[in-house]
Design a protein around this ligand. Structure first.
Ligand code: NAI
Ligand code: MG
Length: 393
């Protein structure tokens, strides 16, 4: 097979800092690819009224694989006011480019693995008897990525046809007389196809990597229709995986159990919103945003990204102090996806060694407040961290 072409989308703030670090590691492990740069982010919103230009979509369409750093999003009013003067009041509306990318390419499956590295000073510890213990977490969160509360079907002051239709539901009675401008509706839409596909992906992964359970983390006792459909599909699919147990937790209870027995969970499946919540919760147990990697996978296109944002308060710092691991681990997920798991494992092993040795630590791993002074306090720069990982390959 010829060299792969990978679309690199550094984006804003620290996204543009960490992405080249991942490429250095990919190079060092001997992964040969062509990289094509693609525009995304705030700059293109300001200049073109579109944070996700069509030319970027075209590149992804053509090459199918993307590595993405992070973007900056701002609230509606702020976005409108920063638009170039000649584009103001021309009807441009800001949409998050990452959400846009997920919708455009139907990147239905978001996978967010959260696995503790031994020796990470940020690992969760739990009181036990007179002392503490450190449960090793190893979960793979499957978040439905295109539907649910993030599908964008929402209104403040819904149009009359929508209100009329909703009024046919008996539970709308108490909202019947609320004035339109005082009524906001965000819909939670699940399709059977998407529920089936995300559950199937979780069971397949559990089988492949030897997880003993798949947990549906929703709230079917209250959100009966949507969460209920997810649960139903999971039960059906489980019949094909007799060796894997199906568990069911409610999102609220799951957030509490997170700190009681996180080591008990394997694969977890959720809709879009709850998947976003539970994945941040688990990420917090294994080191937080500096370690949280993710994949957005569709039938054709896949995009890999750290879950952190553009961290604007650190973007000007030179040298950069942020932890490149989330980005590098996201690149490892890309390698897994394209059948280069051996290289991914070598990179993860190098990261594990750097963490276990504890000699090179970014500011987050030292529990410092970020700022230019962290280097004086002994924190490694982003570049030094990447160098240390490369040295252990
Ligand atoms: P953020 O993830 O950018 O930063 C939050 C804090 O986490 C930082 O201030 C820093 O303390 C820490 N942090 C993040 N990445 C780190 C790393 N690699 N190493 C060490 N520490 C790290 O989230 P925030 O501040 O809420 O949002 C900033 C901007 O990013 C906003 O415009 C937001 O909309 C956008 N954002 C973009 C995302 C994406 O591109 N997928 C995801 C989340 C937020
Ligand atoms: Mg999030």
């Amino acid at each position: 097979m010829g060299k792969r072409t990978i679309v690199t989308m550094p984006g804003d703030g620290i996204g543009a800092s960490v992405l080249p670090e991942a490429l250095r590691v990919l190079d060092a492990i001997g992964f040969e690819a062509n990289y094509v740069h693609a525009d995304i982010g705030w700059e293109f919103w300001i200049k073109e009224g579109n944070a996700l230009p069509d030319r970027t979509l075209k590149l992804l369409e053509e090459h199918k694989l993307g590595l993405f750093g992070a973007i900056t999003s701002k609230p509606k009013d702020k976005a409108a006011s920063e638009l170039a003067p000649e584009l103001q009041d021309k009807g441009y509306v800001y949409y998050s480019p990452i959400v846009g990318m997920r919708q455009h390419f139907d990147l239905h499956t978001c996978l967010r693995p959260c696995k503790s590295f031994a020796g990470n000073p940020l690992n969760f510890i739990r009181r036990k008897g007179d002392g503490f213990d450190e449960p090793m977490v190893d979960v793979a969160i499957f978040r439905q990525n295109t539907e649910g509360l993030y599908c964008g079907v929402e209104w403040t002051d819904p149009p009359p046809v929508v209100r009329d239709a909703m009024n046919t539901h008996v539970k709308m009675a108490k909202f019947k007389d609320v004035p339109g401008e005082d009524l906001a509706i965000s819909t939670r839409i699940f399709t059977r196809k998407a529920c089936n596909s995300i559950c199937k992906a979780a069971f397949e992964y559990a089988k492949k990597f030897g997880y003993k359970s798949v947990t549906v983390c929703e709230k079917p006792n209250v959100i009966r229709e949507t969460s209920g459909m997810m649960m139903f599909e999971a039960r059906e699919i489980q019949k094909d995986y007799p060796g894997i147990e199906l568990w069911n937790t409610n999102i609220d209870a799951q957030m509490m159990w997170l700190t009681k027995n996180p080591e008990d969970y394997g694969a977890i499946v959720s809709g879009n919103m709850f998947g976003d919540i539970v994945s941040d919760g688990f990420a917090g147990l294994v080191g937080g945003l500096g370690f949280a990697c993710s994949a957005n996978i569709g039938d054709e296109v896949a995009v890999f990204e750290p879950t952190h944002g553009s961290a604007p308060k650190y973007q000007e710092l030179n040298p950069s102090i942020v932890n490149p691991m989330a980005m590098i681990l996201s690149a490892c997920m890309m390698l897994d996806h394209i059948g280069e798991a051996e290289k991914a494992t070598k990179i993860r092993d190098a990261i594990a060694t750097v963490i276990a040795e504890g000699k090179v630590r970014t500011y987050d791993m030292m529990k410092l407040t970020g700022g230019p002074d962290v280097i004086k306090k002994g924190a490694a720069t982003m570049t030094e961290m990447t160098d240390a990982i490369i040295a252990h390959l």
